[in-house]
Design a protein around this ligand. Sequence first.
Ligand SMILES: C[S@@+](CC[C@H](N)C(=O)[O-])C[C@H]1O[C@@H](n2cnc3c(N)ncnc32)[C@H](O)[C@@H]1O
Length: 356
Amino acid sequence: MTTDPDLAQATAARRAALVQALSDSGDLTDPAWRTAFERVPRHVFVPYFYDHTGRRISAGDAETRDAWFDAVHEDRALVTHRTGGAATSSSSQPSVMAIMLEALRVEDGVGMKVLEIGTGTGYNAALLTHRLGNDSVVTVDTEPDLIAAARARLIETGYEPHVVLADGTHGHPDLAPYDRIIATCRIDSVPPAWLRQLTDGTGSDAGQILAPLGNALVRVRRTGPLQAEGRFLPGGACFMPLRHGTADGIPTRRPALPTGKARSTDVPASALADNAYRFLLSIVEPHLDWQYDLDDAGRPTAARVWSPDWSRLEEVYRLFTEHDGPGPERYGLTVDQEAQHVWLDGPGGPCWSLRP
Ligand SMILES: C[S@@+](CC[C@H](N)C(=O)[O-])C[C@H]1O[C@@H](n2cnc3c(N)ncnc32)[C@H](O)[C@@H]1O
């Protein structure tokens, strides 16, 4: 860890202020997670990041050092890895991390084992390890350079979870079963390997998965072999997708979006700004092309969407208004051996099947 006492003191004070802000907003309520956020130094895991213009903001650069120092102590998601022009890893927004860690419902002192999909910087793995211990945490990522850097930073800060270079789509069978699986990248459906690697058991003993799906978080509990069920949490969650293969395989340029005038549609512009409508759209039409305007902190200020078929967006909007604009917390997910369904209000309500 840093040997500069002035920096250590300054970062501890700024971390305490961030933790207080997360507590005041109600995102961080569990005292044990509060202690983890106070102790684990995010700045060590994020020695540089890329701002929204792609500029590298780094601790090691006198010109950008102050901006770096402020940003790593603010409630901001920070892009930390780019492949071609595309962001391929980030340190997630601390408030979202706190919400996810609390929603993971870990228990202390019972030897719980957690698998994290998406090591990234290693910061979330450090928080988990602080709380649960080295042997209880396994974290995987597809990117060799991310894994090497995360492993080094974890050791530097005194944590030694299992850090594994692997495609997390397959979980990590060698150390299964897991009481909890937490994904920090977005899934389109629950990978069957994760279901196979969950602790069996009944009721509260059964393993659970927490993951971004569409643009919200879902938590499911194992209900049988290759079966699980649970609900979405309130609020949005914007995550990078789970990749199949390494980032080297992704196109370095996004396909050109259609040009010309936007088509008129019955969907009001305000609906596109509404996370609840975007959630339903992300489930029913998962492969639309979205573009966001971001503010300096990387938060979306406007959303645009391209669709080859506007009537689908209008249909989804009609459905959305017919059901009084449901937020993600009114939906759930049922997984069984044949299919995965997102449902509204209950397993017998309107439902949509997820494509694997
Ligand atoms: C938002 S970042 C993770 C942030 C990280 N938890 C942290 O604390 O810094 C998402 C990560 O998911 C990883 N990822 C994407 N697809 C993956 C896959 N199939 N298996 C494992 N990791 C994957 C990316 O490489 C990226 O590092």
